[in-house]
Design a protein around this ligand. Structure first.
Ligand code: NAP
Length: 287
């Protein structure tokens, strides 16, 4: 079998971004994204700076609130409430993880669902489960778009998702189910994971353990989405799938970096424009 198609997440994301930029240029006012970072986690700081730059490149106004680690939960709740009530703000993003003394659930639950551009509130997650229009979590949404760049109709395929986090695994499983895949959601207690993976036409891995999935776990011809990002001591970035082995077996695979990551940021911009348009009763673009 010849080597797998390497799904160019960066190029696909750039395509979405240029369409979004064009769309933003036609809006009567600029959409506005407010981001909140608590603490000084270097990875989180890098992520929010990237997101701010992406937004500004597209003509989306963005504010970044940087709060110290010692910020009290009530203070953060007040800031989110202010952003909820600020008519200028279309999207609110609170960068995770939060310091241990702050409840992520409480903070996310404070965000107005129609400004929840991460799609993490119980309202948006519930709507997703009910297959209703909503703000969909960015990484899973990006995964589906990457998948569809290879195969438009995934109906009836066996999909195995490894990892059941609220931000990636669970919503991705839900989206795959909504696309009529037969979905198995696996996690650290799953037995015989290699055998389970071998049944997957679509294998999505969101664990955070570099090289967890070996080539001989992959069904020949499968499409593999590698969501994992691990920073190794030599400063290289590695995914959850053994890429060199996987490309010999899979039909297509997302690389790390330049696979799912760029699509996550593009989908955040997509959601910000979507939130802007929905709040102003624009006619919805379903794409
Ligand atoms: P998380 O909250 O830590 O969840 C990890 C999941 O993996 C858990 O459900 C855990 O199972 C499962 N798991 C751990 N060890 C396992 C094993 N040996 N076999 C099977 N399942 C196992 O992580 P996350 O936030 O979903 O992120 C996962 C990875 O994706 C990380 O590397 C993160 O950096 C990356 N990520 C990338 C993007 C992107 O844009 N590319 C976005 C978000 C996250 P239990 O539930 O049983 O503990």
């Amino acid at each position: 079998m010849s080597d797998a198609i390497i799904i160019d997440g960066k190029a696909i994301a750039d395509g979405y971004l240029s369409k979004i930029k064009e769309e933003v240029s036609r809006l009567p006012t600029r959409p506005c994204l407010a981001m909140v970072l608590v603490g000084d986690n270097p990875a989180s700081l890098l992520y929010v700076r990237y997101k701010k730059k992406y937004a500004e490149d597209l003509g989306i106004t963005s504010f970044l609130y940087m709060l110290p680690t010692e910020t009290k939960e009530e203070e953060l709740i007040h800031l989110v409430e202010d952003l909820n009530n600020n008519p200028q703000v279309d999207g609110i993003l609170v960068q995770l993880p939060l310091p241990d003394h702050i409840s992520e659930f409480k903070i996310i639950s404070t965000i107005r669902p129609d400004k929840d551009v991460d799609g993490f509130t119980k309202e948006n997650i519930g709507l997703l489960a009910l297959k209703q229009d909503c703000l969909v979590p960015c990484t899973p949404l990006g995964c589906i778009k990457l998948l569809k760049s290879v195969k438009d109709d995934i109906s009836g395929l066996n999909a195995v998702v490894i990892g059941r986090s609220n931000i990636v695994g669970r919503p991705l499983a839900q989206l795959l189910l909504n696309e009529n895949c037969t979905v198995t959601l696996s996690h650290s207690h799953t037995q015989n994971l290699p055998d389970l993976c071998l049944s997957a036409d679509i294998l999505a891995v969101a664990v955070g353990k570099p090289g967890l999935v070996k080539g001989n776990w992959i069904k020949p011809g499968a499409i593999v989405l590698d969501v994992g990002i691990s920073y190794l001591p030599d400063k290289s970035i590695k995914g959850d799938v053994d890429f060199e082995e996987a490309i010999k077996v899979a039909q297509a695979i997302t690389p790390v970096p330049k696979g799912v990551g760029p699509m996550t940021k593009a989908m955040l911009m997509h959601n910000t424009v979507k939130a802007y348009k929905r709040r102003r009763n624009f006619i919805e673009d379903k794409k």
